[in-house]
Design a protein around this ligand. Structure first.
Ligand code: RB5
Length: 152
């Protein structure tokens, strides 16, 4: 899989662990930064990752900041992005199965690298169930996106 990844200074150290982990699983990684732990703004890294995913240039995206919250808020503003903030293994599985999420957000200040790697492994391996009720709900979410852009 081609996976885009980005982090701010609060997620930089975890990103440096996650990139080689993804490569060890055989994935192609596009790392949009940041490049060090100097203070930066998370939307500047959320957007390029989400653009790669929304345009189909990457199949999935991973975003890391201190809490994962800022990244997930920013990501879900991008048309076509379904981003889940995940810090436990159950949610990693459920958000693929039920929500077909294409971007994963995590907080380096919330979980350690071992849990983060296991979340990523499960999130990448779990398919969308394609269950009728889940597809219907996602269509309703898409409708919100479309109605909202028609309003502005
Ligand atoms: C940076 O201090 C921190 O606010 C950021 O990494 C993130 O947690 C925002 O949601």
């Amino acid at each position: 899989m081609k996976i885009a990844i980005g982090a701010d200074h609060g997620g930089y150290s975890l990103k440096q662990v996650v990139v080689p982990y993804l490569e060890s699983l055989g994935h192609e990684v596009e790392d949009v930064g940041c490049e060090c732990d100097q203070s930066v703004d998370y939307p500047d890294y959320a957007l390029p990752v989400c653009d790669l995913v929304a345009s189909g240039k990457a199949e999935r995206g991973i975003l890391i900041c201190g809490t994962g919250i800022g990244m997930s808020i920013a990501a879900n503003k991008v048309r076509g992005i379904r981003c889940a903030l995940v810090h436990d293994l159950f949610s990693a599985q459920a958000t693929r199965d039920h929500n077909d999420t294409n971007v994963l957000a995590m907080g380096e200040r919330v979980i350690g690298p071992g849990v983060a790697q296991e979340i990523i492994r499960i999130w990448l391996e779990t398919p969308f169930s394609r269950g009728e009720r889940h597809v219907g709900r996602l269509n309703k979410v898409k409708q919100i996106e479309e109605n909202d852009s028609a309003r502005s």
